[in-house]
Ligand binder design. Structure first.
Ligand SMILES: *[C@@H]1O[C@H](CO)[C@@H](O)[C@H](O)[C@H]1NC(C)=O
Length: 461
């Protein structure tokens, strides 16, 4: 009898779960709340209205097979430079998690992360993309581009899945966008910076040397990775949540074909999607900007619901001020892994770094963290100044913060319960999510991609 009860329970669950509209409703509800948080950050961080820049679709990209997951044209937002910045270019690769299963990639086709049909028609340019000297002192007059992310694998796949009608063409999108921008004046660049945040920060690591190869040796080319140092670290239950997720992305999109062969000749392809196995071998000068307690990794990779089914970490995860001594110790161990992951990298004079002891994620695109009166700093130097000093070779920047809680300049991300509780998700959907959180293995991926999803809205401004 008992097994019948279990079977019934399971079937009921499958029935609830398969009503995927519920999941979509929940995702959309979260989107509303989190875009509210995002707008809040933009408004409170910028004294004036941010510049809004229209989306440009890359015409003809489809003839090169460079398309989003659903086959639509990829796109970017560009604001042209002027004066002394007219021949300088900063390219920002958009982030937004990854999809690691057919199911999660098919879901993405109905969002701005997988289809240009759903992309915002214009985006605010803040932080490193701002056109105002008082917001972006070193790069405001440059040509500034935000390349939209719609391939699900950090701009690095080159395959497809016929049955699910999924195009995995990140590598081609990257190339088509660069060729298009070259034709629109980037070929005359005397200075260029490839940047990106989160999944885009990983992409700027993966494509840094290819970026430099686009230009003659006389062009000053460097790369910046913001919140791209995703560590192959153990989660709070001793599992490897992020590694399992990356393994799914790598096998689904056949990334072994495009990941740097300096790495794939030595290690398995999943390891070669982790920056710790790549950064020391990049030839182009690179800057790593990362919070030591990266808020996305805390939420989605270290203490996701699948690794903490009883929710013991919930309070600590939503606000670091609620962590107890052993939880803080867990984060200190993570910070130590971060520091050892950048050790070889930091020994090279051409490289720079800024690893602040904050619970943050993506600090170059948000105005309040990039450059404002109370921006995060290490030794009195803020992020915009540090990146500028390194780019223009004014001084070497190898800034590593003292461990938590010594830094009082952080802009930590805090996830407020009262805000989340304003979401109008139906009880049944809540139940679905609770059950989802209890399941691991195949269903975990959706929970995780959902967590990834949340973060984009918190951090992408
Ligand atoms: C801290 O919290 C965790 C999770 O609830 C618990 O397992 C651990 O025993 C606590 N540690 C201390 C030192 O209170």
């Amino acid at each position: 009898m008992k097994w019948m009860l279990h079977l019934c329970f399971f079937l009921c669950f499958v029935a609830v779960f398969s009503r995927s509209e519920d999941v979509l409703v929940a995702m959309k509800a979260r989107e509303r709340v989190l875009s509210f948080l995002e707008n809040d950050a933009v408004v409170s961080g910028s004294p004036s209205k941010p510049l809004m820049v229209p989306l440009t679709l890359i015409q003809g990209a489809d003839s090169k097979g460079a398309v989003c997951l659903d086959g639509t044209l990829p796109g970017y937002h560009v604001h042209h430079g002027s004066g002394s910045g007219a021949n300088s270019w900063v390219i920002q690769l958009e982030g937004g998690g990854w999809c690691n299963t057919i199911r999660s990639c098919v879901y993405r086709k109905t969002t701005r992360r997988g289809s240009s049909k759903f992309m915002e028609k214009q985006l605010p340019f803040t932080g490193i993309l701002s056109n105002k000297p008082e917001e972006n002192p070193d790069f405001f007059s440059w040509n500034r581009v935000k390349l939209r992310y719609c391939d699900g694998a950090s701009f690095s796949g080159d395959s497809q899945n016929e049955d699910a009608k999924l195009y995995f063409r990140g590598q081609r999108i990257w190339l088509a966008a660069m060729q298009d921008l070259m034709a629109k004046g980037m070929q005359n660049a005397d200075q260029a910076l490839l940047s990106g945040c989160s999944a885009g920060g990983l992409a700027s690591i993966l494509h840094c040397d290819e970026f430099q190869d686009l230009f003659p040796a006389t062009t000053k080319v460097k790369c910046l990775s913001d919140a791209g140092m995703f560590l192959d670290a153990a989660d709070v239950s001793g599992g490897h949540t992020l590694r399992s997720m990356f393994a799914g992305v790598v096998s689904l999109q056949e990334l072994q074909k495009t990941l740097p062969n300096t790495c794939t000749s030595q290690l398995d392809p999943t390891s070669c999607f982790f920056p710790q196995n790549l950064v020391a071998n990049i030839k182009t000068p690179m800057f790593l900007l990362n919070a030591a307690y990266d808020a996305w990794q805390v939420q989605a990779s270290l203490a996701p619901p699948s690794a903490d089914p009883h929710g013991y970490w919930n309070d600590c995860k939503s606000d670091h001020a609620h962590c107890n001594a052993s939880q803080i110790q867990f984060f200190q161990d993570f910070r130590n892994q971060m520091l050892s992951a950048v050790k070889g990298f930091s020994m090279s004079n051409k490289n720079g770094l800024f690893i602040n002891s904050c619970f943050a994620h993506c600090q170059s695109e948000r105005q309040d963290t990039w450059f404002a009166d109370d921006s995060p700093s290490i030794g009195n130097q803020g992020i915009a100044k540090s990146v500028g000093d390194w780019y223009f070779d004014r001084v070497a920047v190898k800034a590593i913060d003292c461990p938590y809680p010594c830094d009082s300049t952080c802009h930590n991300l805090v996830f407020k319960d009262e805000v989340v509780s304003t979401i109008t998700i139906s009880q049944s959907t809540r139940l679905t999510f609770t059950l989802l959180n209890l399941l691991s293995a195949s269903l975990m991926s959706l929970t995780l991609s959902n967590a990834l999803w949340d973060f984009n809205y918190v951090s992408d401004t």
